[in-house]
Design a protein around this ligand. Sequence first.
Ligand SMILES: *[C@@H]1O[C@H](CO)[C@@H](O)[C@H](O)[C@H]1NC(C)=O
Length: 416
Amino acid sequence: MPLLSRLVSLTVLALSAIPSVLSFQPGFNYGSQKVRGVNLGGWLVLEPWITPSIFEDTGNSDIIDEWTFGQFQDYNTAKAALQDHWSSWITEKDFEAIAAAGLNHVRLPIGYWAFEVGAGEPYITGQLDYLKSAITWASNHDLKLIIDLHGAPGSQNGYDNSGHKMSYPTWHSNQTNVDRTDAIIKTIISMVDSQTGTVPIIAPLNEPAGYNGDDVLEVVKQYWYDSYPYGSSQQSNTVELIHDAFQSLSYWDGFMSSSDYQGVAMDTHIYQMFSDEQVAYSYSQHIQDACSHGSDLSAFDLWIIVGEWTPASTDCATWLNGRGGGARYDGTKSGDSTYVGSCTGKTGSASSFSSSYKTFMRQYWEAQVISYEKGAGWIQWTWKAENADDWSYQAGLQYGWIPQDPTDLEYPNICD
Ligand SMILES: *[C@@H]1O[C@H](CO)[C@@H](O)[C@H](O)[C@H]1NC(C)=O
């Protein structure tokens, strides 16, 4: 046998001896292509600050999240308002525009209640049809869609965006909650397992409150193992996008990185306005902080995606800290927030933004993109917001602090 064909047949033999290593084929090559995407926030999970009008229209200031939206209203009234919102806030036109903006991913938050509502839980259903439409629209426009479980039974973080605001979350402390969540993830995986070309990746739980301590973290880690598709004999091509639970990347060093767990990616969220220290940063400190993440991201052992971030630099957006709440930036948040500056011209309509502010936003946006592409890429929060253009990808495109092509940088050396 000539040497070359002997080599070829030896190679074929070697390859067939390790099929489990080679059979994993994600619908997007996270190791070599950069994720560039946007979140569809405030659509299938309500957030007061993204669509304040839906909450104002209730005329009831006790309605502060999707749980109370169902709890404190007549069922038919609440259901009609949700149906209106679901059918109009995001349509196929948005997917078309997202693709035209050179993006390749959308991350779609959805709550557990779209799949299963427990006795006594006031949630209203109907979101699942829109999730299915979204998958079709993503496919039509060649976008990859991440299904992101944003709210779990008992709430995993107590934020309004988990569906149920509470002072201390209860997901982790009640095994029934965890088991229900696990069953829903299995449902989601089997729903999309044959469509990994469009839904290559799912996020089993957004932002569990790891900062509340080891008891939470132990439950979260076990849940990441349990929600891994099909265990060690890999039969699914669905990538599992786990969240860092607000721990440093070094905390997760080596976690699920063995060959038993192919197709695990890490999600980290980077915001610079939710502490008194960061909200007081100067423009150049914001940019410097953004750039500083690059080395940790590039050194991490799993594919790492910055699944939420924003070119907004203040917490001025109305109700960002919860319905009725104020901002750290202008000292109106209850507690000990100290005044940094006026919120006028920082949020709301971009027509009120100064040109120097917009120039900063462009620089800050580019610094983050450069830095986060040292990892596997980024997904901005969020595509649109009723009255917070600083957070809106759409507004950024319109007013020019986001380029029409996300690789078209004006400040390519800003982190050097
Ligand atoms: C645990 O959570 C379930 C809902 O998932 C609830 O029905 C049950 O009452 C909770 N148990 C405790 C002890 O709080």
